[in-house]
Design a protein around this ligand. Structure first.
Ligand SMILES: [Fe+2]
Ligand SMILES: [Fe+2]
Length: 204
């Protein structure tokens, strides 16, 4: 039997999810600014890219509350005060928070929604949870590179590095300190395999 939506726990969970997504979006946006200040442009772009996805998640959850439009919904929750300036700490905290979200929070919200008879909302929690898992992996991946000082170093001398500013491609175990075409600093170079739309294998 379906619970009345405006009296459901699912309504509260949607508001919790909305609050969480808004904060994730803001945390990643601020992390992007810190990365930019430290001339780590790849990480700036990565944080911005992820922040935009969190904004869309927030929108999805918010719109599911339309049947209770105008109501004030009280929630409780805990949110991380991850006010760090160290990029490693920002990456680690972000990876941990995503883990908590996809492993512990959204599966519980999905199960409750299903129990209350809201299968579509349960599916939405599950799909967004899967995205959060991919965010977790993304942050872990960059945290690992950062820790090993391999963000812009490769074991291979054939690695291709793409300048995110002008598109110049450099081959070598690491990018140049300055792009020979546009003068952008080293922080702009990303492994070509990690850059959107530009993986050489796509065009073979
Ligand atoms: Fe999200
Ligand atoms: Fe996320």
């Amino acid at each position: 039997m379906q619970t009345i939506f405006c009296k459901s726990e699912t309504k509260i969970n949607l508001m919790r999810a909305f609050a969480g997504e808004c904060q994730s979006r803001q945390r990643y946006y601020q992390a992007a600014l810190i990365a930019q200040q430290q001339e780590q442009i790849i990480l700036e772009r990565m944080f911005r890219f992820t922040a935009e996805q969190e904004e869309r998640h927030a929108k999805q959850f918010f719109e599911l509350l339309k049947d209770c439009a105008g109501e004030k919904i009280e929630i409780t929750g805990s949110f991380p005060a991850s006010v760090f300036t160290d990029i490693g700490e920002l990456l680690k905290e972000s990876a941990d928070e995503e883990f908590h979200e996809f492993k512990e929070v959204y599966p519980v919200f999905a199960a409750k929604a299903r129990e209350e008879g809201f299968a579509d909302i349960a599916a939405k929690f599950e799909m967004i949870s899967a995205i959060e898992e991919s965010h977790h992996k993304r942050f872990e991946y960059y945290y690992d590179l950062w820790n090993k000082d391999m963000l812009q170093r490769s074991e291979s001398t054939d690695e291709l590095w793409l300048c995110l500013n002008c598109g110049h491609i450099h081959k070598g175990s690491e990018p140049p300190n300055e792009c020979p075409v546009c003068g952008a600093k080293r922080g702009y170079f990303i492994r070509q395999t990690e850059a959107p739309f530009t993986d050489a294998n796509m065009y073979k």
